[in-house]
Design a protein. Structure first.
Length: 124
């Protein structure tokens, strides 16, 4: 996926966030921010998970990207949303800690499994 596709995807994600938040706000007397959806954007920006596609009929994921976001995408996120809107900045800073904490747990869990596998299969 080229960076222009990534920037377009980010713009679409934020457009959807706006509409989801407006929908929540209509059902409430107060402005709302769609936090669960925004947390997914935060995770994508911070952790940059690899792109992939699911093989038809299988659960395995084939990775087709090295997992890095292009600098243009990060600049777009910073310049268009994070540095402009106070609510986006506030929710990002609040949710970034949680997202990074979960990522560290997942990494620690995977590392523990690798160590156990080495104990069981010492020749590897």
């Amino acid at each position: 996926m080229e960076w222009c596709d990534q920037t377009s995807a980010l713009k679409i994600l934020f457009s959807l966030l706006k509409h989801l938040s407006q929908s929540l706000s209509k059902s409430s007397a107060h402005p709302q921010f769609h936090v669960p959806y925004f947390k997914k954007i935060v995770a994508a920006v911070l952790l940059a998970p690899p792109f992939g596609e699911v093989k038809h009929g299988q659960r395995a994921v084939v990775r087709k990207h090295d997992g890095r976001l292009d600098a243009e995408v990060r600049d777009l996120f910073l310049g268009t949303w994070l540095n402009v809107y106070d609510d986006v900045r506030w929710f990002f800073l609040r949710d970034a800690e949680y997202v990074l904490y979960l990522a560290s747990l997942i990494h620690a869990h995977a590392e523990a499994i690798r160590h156990l596998e080495r104990l069981y299969h010492p020749s590897q």
